[in-house]
Design a binder for this molecule. Structure first.
Ligand code: KG4
Ligand code: ZN
Length: 354
């Protein structure tokens, strides 16, 4: 089965063609247009601007994903457009993110998918963006084996969400906890903004944190000792803000603040995720979302997992599938999606886990 998948929940417009053969999920194309440079100027996303950019990008991105999937990109839009409508005939379904996200952005992807579904008579597969972040781990890299085993713990760490889930099977899962205020990525971006780092701050914060050799600075990890699976990062933001106000911030100190911020966030993420894996006796741990692109986070998980009483394996998506993209939407649709008629599908900005 082969799907065209569309992602437009925030400031990225993505389209991909993804195929499932046996148990292998293969990405044939994965195109992304981002308006993040525009948002960098305002230090964050203005929803109205993000939606306007989505409108401009959605058709060119879909056309490119279809022609790229067949290695037939002529670089001429009219030629590609004609070819894309032919290629669409060989697609089995159209998968689309229907939530959560910014309503203006979501509508562009969902209504485009519905129009394509209506005109091409292909079914739609609506996909939860958050679950798709975890299912990015099922995309095959080199071999055909899928080493992910149930039960697994899923940790979603993105710009908008921090959630911990326990999966017995694809359809039987339980939300264990999540952030009570800011998401992990949101705290990183907000502290990054105080330090004048480019938006989004995660990648630059990682580079700067890696430059720190000796560290004598520590921020608190909120809720690290609480007896639940919740997170809270707004206190960390306040602590960092106070420190930045009270000290003369040079390049060296900026790097140290990056290191301390990352560490405070990672300490609590790792502690609670591993505790959940132990309690629920999980065979795998799946990370997903933009913050899971961070190599230090993975390395720390890999090292600390060895101290557990159980044997479990950690998975993180390839970097290009960790941040927002349409390939992960296709992967979820192919593994656990439900085909619907276009009339039954609508955007749901508040969608959570149900
Ligand atoms: O999943 P994502 O692309 O979008 C949402 O669904 O929110 O996540 C974006 C978040 C941003 O907060 C960004 O700063 C963070 O992921 N991020 C990182 C890294 N790359 C992106 N955080 C830490 N380290 C990174 N390398
Ligand atoms: Zn996301």
């Amino acid at each position: 089965m082969k799907v065209l998948s569309i992602e437009s929940s925030c400031d990225e417009t993505g389209a991909a063609v993804v195929e499932k053969k046996g148990n292998t999920i293969k990405v044939l194309s994965n195109i992304i247009a981002t308006s993040s440079e525009m948002h960098a100027k305002t230090g964050g996303i203005i929803p109205e601007n993000a939606a306007r950019e989505q409108v401009k990008s959605i058709i060119p991105v879909i056309v490119e994903s279809l022609v790229e999937a067949e290695n037939k990109n002529s670089k001429n839009f009219t030629d590609n457009f004609i070819l894309a409508s032919k290629i669409l005939k060989g697609i089995d379904a159209i998968a689309v993110t229907y939530g959560p996200g910014l309503i203006g952005s979501l509508l562009i992807g969902v209504e485009t998918a519905k129009t394509l579904s209506f005109t091409s008579k292909k079914p739609i597969i609506p996909v939860n963006h958050l679950l798709a972040h975890l299912y990015a781990n099922f995309i095959a890299s080199t071999d055909n084996k899928n080493p992910i085993n149930f039960p697994f713990i899923g940790l979603i760490v993105s710009g908008g969400h921090t959630d911990l889930l326990y999966f017995k099977s694809h359809n039987d899962f339980k939300w264990l906890g999540g952030t009570r205020d800011d998401a992990a990525g949101e705290a990183i971006d907000k502290i990054g903004r105080m330090l004048d780092l480019p938006y989004p701050a995660g990648p630059e914060m990682e580079i700067r944190a890696n430059r720190v050799k000796d560290i004598n600075m520590k921020f608190q990890s909120p809720l690290i000792n609480s007896n639940d699976f919740d997170f809270s990062f707004s206190g960390l933001k306040t602590e960092a803000m106070r420190y930045i106000k009270e000290n003369k911030i040079d390049n060296d100190l900026t790097n140290k603040i990056c290191y301390a911020t990352q560490n405070a966030i990672f300490d609590v993420l790792i502690k609670k995720t591993l505790k959940a894996a132990e309690i629920y006796d999980c065979k795998s741990i799946l990370l997903g979302g933009g913050v899971s692109a961070n190599k230090t986070l993975l390395e720390r998980f890999q090292s600390e997992i060895k101290n557990l009483k159980i044997k479990t394996e950690i998975f993180t998506p390839e970097k290009k599938y960790a941040t927002d993209n349409a390939a992960m939407i296709g992967a979820y649709a192919l593994i656990n999606g439900e085909k619907k008629e276009w009339r039954e599908v609508g955007s749901n900005p508040e969608l959570y886990f149900s």
